[in-house]
Design a protein around this ligand. Sequence first.
Ligand code: ZN
Length: 410
Amino acid sequence: MFYKSLLLCLLLPLASMAQTPAPKAVLPLVRGKIVYDSTYTSTAILTDAQLFSKAGQWFKSEFKYPGSGVMRVDKESHSVTGTGIFKIPVSSSGHYYWMRINLTLQHTTAGYRFIVDKIFEQPVEPGISNEYSKLEYRWWDYRKGKHWSAEDDALFTGFVDALGKMRKSLQNAFALSAQAQQPKFKALAFYSTIVEPDHVDFARDCISFYTKMAADRNFVFDTTTNWKKLNPANLKDYQVVVWINDFPQDEAQRKTFEDFMENGGAWMGYHVSGYNDGTTKWPWIVQFLGATFHNNNWPPLPAKLIVDDNTHPATKSLPKNYVAPITEWYGWKPNPRDNKDIKVLLTMDPANYPLGKKDVIRGGDIPVVWTNTRYRMIYLNMGHGDAVFNSPLQNKMFSDAMLWLGTGAK
Ligand code: ZN
């Protein structure tokens, strides 16, 4: 008898666990948010104007309720974003939910990217608040078996059905192939807005450059000013980390970055991101970069650069030399060229000396772009002011470098 009740005690928790209802619908979660993100190829390639007008028509025919509509056309990223409002009936007694979603249709060289996010639900049901709130709140509980309402199953299966129909309708309207493509890789760029204004200007230009490129070349380029996101859980999703004019703020972030790089992660750093001096006290970064800041020119100036190696994937489109647009240039001690693991790709042409007015660089060997061959990394010294992206030639290096890091392009 004793054994029997013991057995019962042991079995009961198992039985109650087994009763947790499995969710009837599965919604895609991206870092805790419900996001549908798919890229389709298309046989019909539209101009931006055609895309915008066609998307407008599609929105109108798809969403008839007030509040729906195309909100924003973004020519920079070739995308159109709108709000869709629709109804999901959940019971025969007439209960239903209003759903409000954000839809983005973006034209990329890979085809068309369709994103649904910012999803809200509003129950129409007596006895509770009939207001919009994020669908995630209900979903987080629902997927653990903690239903808010007996109608949750109907709501979530209804939502998945509605999304399926919406995608079908979009595929028909835009002649999209059913085959969705995954982005080639994901990059996360860290920057700061509380630094030198010229460094922020560059960061903004850099973000706009890579955001457009990501749409064209089918990769994800996320950005953040929150350096706390330099943590292992967050980096799991990314293959490339970019530092635009800033660097980790504390020990935990430094350690996260070391582990990321030692385990095959890729890094692209601009300008101040490579700055370190006697006060930095981070030996790992010195061996990683192979360099410590020594001097600089002031004010920012253009400079003739020598291309040491134009067989590398990042510099393959560069001629033997070119004039780089206005930026502030750094000299280094130790010189990265003296490190056997460093491959210098671009060097300051000594013909520029004396370089500067207030602070003058009068000589020396100054590598400008290099890679540490023990890692998947590239450091680029450019990054001061709003003129850096004025050279299509140099821009090609910036994009080739990103593709090399993200895809291993040869
Ligand atoms: Zn600077």
